[in-house]
Design a protein around this ligand. Structure first.
Ligand code: ZN
Ligand code: ZN
Length: 97
């Protein structure tokens, strides 16, 4: 009897450990997914996808509406990359088919 109790106690502990481990993995997966989502979001508005490359730094950092907003609020010669803060000579919009 006593042995059975110990066995089932060990089994319980083991199950609890597995459940805990599964939960940790689930958290890690969610965290990774969140990071991946953020990585391809525009660094300015954090909602749109990135589709504009800054030159010459070549940061793919912004969505097109933010690029337009940036262009509208300041002279072209004062444009700075929102990512690395270097001066920007121009933008290219990219298309990912
Ligand atoms: Zn944006
Ligand atoms: Zn940059």
């Amino acid at each position: 009897m006593a042995t059975n109790r110990v066995d089932s106690w060990i089994e319980d502990r083991r199950t609890a450990g597995v459940v805990r481990w599964e939960r940790v993995r689930e958290e890690e997966r969610k965290e990774r997914e969140r990071e991946e989502r953020e990585r391809d979001r525009c660094v300015v508005c954090m909602t749109e996808g990135r589709e504009v490359i800054c030159w010459p730094c070549r940061c793919l950092a912004m969505c097109n509406p933010c690029r337009e907003a940036l262009a509208a609020q300041s002279a072209a010669s004062t444009h700075r990359c929102p990512c690395c803060r270097r001066g920007v000579d121009g933008f290219s919009r990219i298309y990912v088919p």
